[in-house]
Design a protein. Structure first.
Length: 581
């Protein structure tokens, strides 16, 4: 092996790792909804968690990425430590899919049909198809599909280059001696762990081992301990991601390490014992790419089979290793670790925005209660809720901007844009709630009160605003399109009520039935309530426009009004419900 072979090996490895990275990221974007669906299946059922870990890892082709994701979930309070253990175990099984894909390079037959299954036969076709999809003007899902095919073609081409570069290694005595050395199980485990820790991918590490197996000279006796070590080395990524996280997230990362160390220790002990008692000739045979894929899958399945029943004991172990501190542990609302998986990060943003919607709606309804009867404690609570919505807007806005800089799917990009607009509207609703509190405080301090006639009229408007705020929060949180379509006709009724109440107030002023001072408060209240309904209309427009695949609120609202029968019928229903006497 000369310098040119070494350069070819390095270049092939670079293409292999790059292709795996491109394919994994594109798979994440393409399967965004599937990832959310799998996440929603995470229950206390251990089997559901195990299957979810397998499914997610099989999709994104990386147990390290799945485990980092899980650390982020636990740190954000999305997932309990017990759920995380089951998912991590499933991830170890899911990561074996890559080895089976790479094992296709070992196909060798004169049969034409069988030869077509060899990557060197179909990879060029996939690359051409992928390029056509990637260059498609529509972009979006077609572009992601193209990236998946191009990434797969690149990693397979990189593996072919590496195979060619190392083909002459069997004739090099040093190479043969190196793998004779690795037949020592402890050295084999260390070699596998160190290599995987450096490149931070067990899938890539297994791929490199399969490439060396193609060159010959790698026995099963050397390959099996290396595979065991690779499972330990892949834990480095999760351990690094846990720095700065809360104690439960650190425990989740430690679960990954403990699980793999315990599994390796048990199976390595069994391997050494059997090897010392029975002379297994196969261990001296040259390993094949298929054999390595089988060994990789068998090792991870056996680890899970042995340790799965002891998940609760594993949980107790990591809780002892990372004990509870004297200070209470905090849950991070939006963990930046989740940005590595945009669909899940977006789902978390929606959850936090839903909390914001409920807080904003509650602040507004509490402020309406203060108009009916002032309460100092309740007024302070409204201001606390307004501060909380400000906090939500700050963290969500910053996080969504960071998320938007990532390569995400068209649907996810539209969802992020929708959330950015909506959180601004919910924050403004809470601001108007404080304005209403200020109006109620002014009445209390100055001893002002509305006439009985004005109170009756205002009560109608307050009830209408309370309904539109509740309906808006529900429409957003549940993505209820039916509820969203009912908001605009109610907003039109509120606009009409506001104008009518302002006209009647002027008439009372002319008849000297109310004072100028209470008139200022009346005007402020009407303006704040009408603006609240406007923001509710904006939120409804965002919910509807995303479902119609465009981003124009005014066009959406015009379409709703032009809908004719349904809009008019709902408008009449609300007009009768909130009719003034």
């Amino acid at each position: 092996m000369d310098i040119f072979d070494a350069l070819q090996l390095i270049g092939g490895l670079a293409l292999f790792l790059f292709g795996m990275n491109v394919m994994g990221q594109a798979l994440e974007r393409r399967a965004g909804n599937s990832l959310r669906s799998l996440l929603s299946k995470l229950t206390s059922n251990p089997w559901a968690g195990l299957l979810t870990g397998m499914g997610v890892t099989a999709v994104i082709q990386s147990s390290s990425a799945t485990t980092v994701m899980v650390v982020g979930f636990v740190n954000s309070g999305i997932m309990t430590l017990r759920q995380a253990i089951n998912v991590i175990m499933g991830a170890n099984i899911g990561t074996t899919v890559t080895a089976w894909l790479l094992s296709l390079t070992g196909i060798d037959s004169g049969n034409t049909f069988v030869k077509l299954l060899k990557p060197s036969s179909f990879t060029p076709v996939l690359a051409i198809i992928g390029l056509l999809f990637f260059l498609a003007k529509e972009g979006g899902k077609k572009r992601d599909t193209g990236s998946i095919l191009l990434g797969f073609a690149t990693l397979m081409y990189g593996m072919e280059i590496m195979s060619g570069a190392v083909s002459g290694l069997t004739e090099v005595p040093a190479f043969q001696q190196l793998f004779v050395l690795f037949t020592n199980p402890i050295l084999g485990v260390l070699a596998g762990a160190v290599l995987t820790a450096i490149i931070q991918s067990s899938s890539a590490s297994v791929g490199i081992l399969q490439t060396l197996a193609l060159a010959g000279g790698v026995s099963y006796g050397a390959a099996i301990p290396i595979i065991m070590g690779q499972n330990i080395g892949t834990c480095v990524t999760a351990i690094l991601s846990a720095f700065g996280a809360n104690k439960n997230a650190k425990r989740a990362a430690l679960v990954h390490l403990s699980f793999n160390i315990l599994g390796t220790a048990i199976l390595l002990g069994a391997f050494c014992m059997v090897k010392s008692i029975v002379n297994i000739e196969m261990l001296n045979d040259n390993a094949t790419v298929f054999g390595i894929a089988v060994a990789h899958s068998a090792f991870n399945l056996l680890c899970t089979f042995i340790l799965f029943p002891f998940a609760s004991l594993l949980e107790k172990l990591v809780c002892r290793l990372v004990p509870d501190g004297q200070t209470p542990d905090t849950v991070e609302e939006l963990d930046e670790r989740l940005l590595a998986t945009p669909p899940i990060a977006l789902q978390r943003c929606h959850t936090i925005a839903s909390d914001m919607a409920h807080v904003s709606a509650l602040a507004l309804k509490d402020s309406l209660s203060l108009v009916r009867g002032y309460d100092k404690v309740l007024a302070a609570k409204v201001r606390e809720k307004e501060d909380k919505t400000d906090h939500y807007e700050d963290i969500l806005g910053t996080y969504l901007v960071k998320l938007s800089t990532r390569r995400i799917s068209g649907d996810d990009s539209a969802e992020a844009a929708k959330l950015l607009k909506i959180i601004g509207d919910f924050e403004r609703i809470s601001d108007h709630a404080v304005e209403i509190v200020c109006a109620a405080e002014e009445m209390e301090e100055k001893g002002l009160s509305f006439s009985e006639e004005a109170k009756a009229e205002l009560e109608v408007l307050l009830s209408a605003v309370a309904e539109i705020v509740d309906k808006t929060a529900d429409a957003f949180v549940s993505n209820d399109l039916v509820a969203a379509t009912e908001i605009e006709p109610l907003e039109q009724v509120i606009d009409r009520l506001k104008e009518t109440l302002r006209t009647r107030h002027i008439q009372r002023l002319q008849k000297e039935m109310c004072t100028i001072d209470i008139g200022f408060v009346w005007t402020d209240l009407l303006a704040a309530l009408e603006r609240v309904s406007d923001h509710c209309s904006n939120v409804a427009g965002c919910v509807l426009e995303i479902s119609q695949k465009h981003m124009n609120i005014h066009e959406t609202l015009r379409s709703a009004k032009a809908g004719g029968g349904d809009f008019n019928a709902k408008y009449e229903e609300y007009r009768e419900k909130y009719a003034l006497k």
